[in-house]
Design a protein around this ligand. Sequence first.
Ligand code: ATR
Length: 273
Amino acid sequence: PDRYAVIGNPIAHSQSPRIHTAFARATDQDLLYERMLGNLDDFAGDVARFFASGGCGLNVTLPFKTAAWALADERTARAEIAGAVNTLIRLGGNRLRGDNTDGIGLVRDLADRYGFQFQGARVLLVGAGGAARGVLVPLLETGLDRLVIANRTPEKAAELALLGAEHGSVRACDFNRLASERFDLIINATPAGLNQQVPPIPSTCLAPDGWTYDMLYADEPTSFCRWGQQQGAARSLDGLGMLVEQAAESFWLWRGIRPDTAGVYAVLRGARA
Ligand code: ATR
């Protein structure tokens, strides 16, 4: 079988092998997908050895996405701006193409699975680190009305807004100046939920019928999901669907087949219930 893997550190809890194995079964593809614990001081060596031994493609997760961006021989436009690569594709002549499927994964989860109407929507993106940067351009390409970025360190939000400016309507705004604004969708791209925190978003920000989305996911509802529920969000979603959709996009890049994601999503969701 053709060999694929996900490389990260830590990696033990990655769901990617399960997701890709299910995709392969459903689409009748003969492939093997494994977990790889990457060496923190020899990521390039790990990647080189994997492909030299016949590997066909790699997913890259924390903390190696920037390193993967740097070592790719060529990059897609969306990976270029993301500054991060989560999918490596083997080309001829030992060359590697780097792509980033996180942003399109987020958009597909919201728009295709849940029917969120991006057209004309006012969207707040909270956070300005790697996770936010990774989804910036795909969000701006949805036809939304405006994207506002808020971050604990305002300078980083301003930098990100500048980076996105040629792709759509985007600006930065401090948390304490958000109170007069209304959003149809608030996306959390900070890891604040990991320590039971929620970024300081004024509770007036969510429009009636607005949605909230946490790019994190966990067995229990995340603290940001609970915040969304408390605000009366029409939907308060976590990032499990994004995980499945970014995997489907990688699968398509490697195999040329777009797997149906509903079954895998239901299984993962059920396993966590
Ligand atoms: P990632 O790659 O996951 O995005 P990162 O690059 O460290 O991680 O960025 C984390 C983002 O979450 C940053 O925007 C960070 O704010 P700062 O730029 O001010 O550091 C934000 N963040 C982290 N913990 C937070 C918290 N408890 N409250 C609000 N924002 C937080």
